[in-house]
Design a protein around this ligand. Sequence first.
Ligand code: XMP
Ligand code: MG
Length: 183
Amino acid sequence: MDASHMGQDLEKVLYTEQQIQDRLAELGEQIWKDYEGKDLLLVGVLKGAILVMADLMRTFPGSVPMDWMAISSYGSGTKSSGVVRILMDLREDITNKHVLIVEDIIDSGLTLNWIRSNLLSRGPASLEICTLLRKPDAAKVEIDCKYVGFDIPNEFVVGYGLDFDEKYRNLRDVGTLAPHVYS
Ligand code: XMP
Ligand code: MG
């Protein structure tokens, strides 16, 4: 992969590395307060959420455990269908735990809606969602998301864990792709 062109493939930077860190620090402070004295488990969804998880959890002044699940979403191309299969399940039993799902982006909301009801069926003490990005104009299902980093326009974005064809995940900023990349 030609890393030297990664930044140039962006049409527009939506949020810089610093803006993302600043916002995660605010969310982290809020989350830390909200879960004081509670048995919190962070649940990340692979692969997009790896960087949000890494940076969010490091804003906490104390230890918080994490777990991961991997899913595959049946759909065409970049559109998700909401029909989901678990590729790798959680290792932890979440019964009676306060679960916070950590996500990179909520687009249509279909995937997260499925994950949410799947985890709810396991009897957690509570279940909330934290996402770095959300596209309000793309919502096909209403998702009650307590912690949102940024609401963004309905455009395909990459960087900071988000990929186009497995590329650009390691880009430090979040931005939209230049048309020459995908056309
Ligand atoms: P839904 O539509 O179910 O989408 O909320 C869920 C998953 O689709 C991926 N996704 C994106 N990935 N840029 C990306 O790189 C985007 O703009 C984008 N929108 C959705 C992502 O994995 C998300 O969890
Ligand atoms: Mg994702």
